[in-house]
Design a protein around this ligand. Sequence first.
Ligand code: GDP
Ligand code: MG
Length: 163
Amino acid sequence: MKPIVALVGRPNVGKSTLFNRLTRTRDALVSDTPGVTRDRIYGTCAYGERDFLLVDTGGLETEAEGGIELLAAEQARQAIRDAELVVFLVDGRLGLHPEDAAIAEELRRMQVPVLLVVNKSEDLEPTTVSAEFYALGLGAPLPVSAAANQGMGRLVDLVEERL
Ligand code: GDP
Ligand code: MG
């Protein structure tokens, strides 16, 4: 069995873009409309030394109140429970968002290992990115750009170190 890595984060941070990049597929639907990924999507990442199964989740909306949003959040929680490691993706362009803190808190409660990754960092100073997201209390944030294909090797290295 390949180890499972779950991609988690607010809608629109680039989870599906990163999923497609790492699995070299277009299986995950990328959209400007938040909340397009409703189900769990699985794909193999054979980028580095060791294969792992990547799960793209719908946005983990801790504020979700019902219906399809709640279902997506519940799906995301199940994916987290099944995972060896969570890649928690945040948006470096928008900066730290209150919902990020809520998700960080939930991940801490679930006691899963978390790797904090700051997407959309292609035009950002790495030190600025780090300072801001350190506040989440999840260790050193790793800046990447899924769209510009930057930082992918480093990301896979760090994931494999934790598996
Ligand atoms: P998801 O909702 O978290 O799955 O996010 P998506 O992968 O659907 O992406 C949401 C939007 O962010 C799309 O318009 C993407 O093209 C854009 N996006 C994804 N990754 C990056 C990135 O590294 N840099 C920039 N500037 N935009 C990105
Ligand atoms: Mg998505």
